[in-house]
Design a binder for this molecule. Structure first.
Ligand SMILES: Cc1ncc(COP(=O)(O)O)c(C=O)c1O
Length: 359
């Protein structure tokens, strides 16, 4: 990508991850163009949706739920859940620091201000403009805290329609789930047992028996679904995930080795192609509260600006996304930029944060 002044930047933000196959992939472009020649919208179920659903359930190695709905926004998915189990269930439970999109009922405790960390009630993310009634049925539990989850179910078990979760806490520090809570993304399909599968199907019962509807003119937008199918094809090329993960591991290793050589405290944590850098921590954080002990300004000020000066474009919160178009050539450009950025940070610290030309 290029900034407004024409500098070339190597992108590790990937539009917060969604550009995993790059910004302008010829196969995705061709699939979208092909669909545009047919129609923008169908307003009904269509063949591409079926193919994508088959692809998704198939990719769960026989353990998938067997039912898939494509929506325009995730808040509409709630429509089926309240009837599951034969009676109304209005509550959803989410985890502290997790992000699920810009919808009033889930845009809470993402992340909470330090004074509210650990609160089971939802803390709105927006200072204004988020009506309290819209998140009144949302419960929040700290990530990686099985006791807190049990307590939430003890208090509200009959009212909880579903638990929503990122595969790992990517959006507030890249904390992996503890084994008891789940497994790293992609490790094993979920649900795992026959009972889980029956319960997952039960969530679709209100839709199947007509108690709720699946409506929305843009549900399963054929242009988006065509892009999704093409993206999955790109990602299914042999070695794609191994290459992305090796690239991510090489960056993390270099960050940690160079930091240790230069006497800078930092840890990296995450999974494969998404990880975070935490300055000032010595062990990986397990939940959002742990990340608060990190030096939050360190990444925003260093090495982000010096990395950008060296042609590497990064997110302001220390998170990196590696995609299918990052090759060895990009890695060879990235590693020296990291070293230069850490040296810059060290110089800044040694000069007491002053010094001309340090910013
Ligand atoms: C876990 C997760 N869900 C959803 C989204 C996208 O949500 P939206 O496009 O509404 O911002 C993101 C984007 O970063 C995400 O990380």
């Amino acid at each position: 990508m290029y900034d407004a002044d024409g500098h070339e930047l190597l992108d590790y933000t990937l539009a917060w991850g969604l550009l995993i196959a790059g910004s302008c992939h010829p196969r995705i472009n061709a699939a979208v163009r092909d669909q545009l020649r047919r129609s923008y919208a169908v307003g009904a179920g269509h063949e591409l949706e079926v193919r994508l659903a088959e692809r998704l359930t198939g990719s769960a190695a026989g353990g998938g739920p067997g039912y898939v709905r494509f929506l325009r926004q995730r808040d509409r998915a709630g429509g089926a859940a309240p009837g599951a189990g034969g009676h109304r269930r209005d509550k959803i439970l989410k985890f502290e620091g997790h992000y699920h999109g810009w919808m009033n009922n889930v845009l809470v405790s993402h992340p909470p201000p330090p004074a509210d960390v650990g609160a089971a009630r939802p803390v709105p993310a927006l200072a204004a403009g988020q009506p309290a009634a819209e998140y009144a049925d949302t419960l929040v539990a700290p990530w990686n805290d099985l006791d807190a989850l049990r307590a939430a179910f003890a208090a509200h078990g009959d009212e909880i329609a579903c638990v929503i979760t990122e595969p790992l806490l990517a959006n507030s520090g890249c904390c992996e789930p503890r084994p008891l809570l789940g497994r790293p993304a992609g490790d094993r399909p979920c649900p795992r047992r026959a009972g889980d599968l029956r319960r997952a199907r039960a969530a679709f019962a209100p839709l199947l028996d007509g108690r709720t509807v699946h409506s929305g003119s843009n549900n399963g937008s054929p242009v988006a679904v065509a892009a999704a199918l093409a993206t999955l094809e790109v990602l299914s090329e042999p070695d794609t995930y191994d290459t992305m993960h090796a690239h991510g591991r090489a960056i993390r290793r270099h960050l940690e080795q160079e930091a240790s050589r230069l006497g800078v405290d930092l840890v990296t944590c995450g999974a494969g192609s998404v990880f975070s850098v935490h300055f000032g921590l010595r062990k990986p954080p397990r939940c959002y509260a742990d990340t608060l002990a990190a030096d939050a300004t360190a990444f925003a000020r260093f090495p982000r600006p010096p990395c950008c000066t060296n042609g590497i474009y990064l997110l302001p919160d220390g998170r990196w996304y590696v995609g299918a178009t990052h090759t060895d050539r990009e890695l060879q450009r990235t590693l020296p930029a990291i070293t230069a950025a850490l040296q810059h940070r060290l110089r800044w610290r040694l000069t007491g944060g002053g010094g001309r030309g340090q910013h």
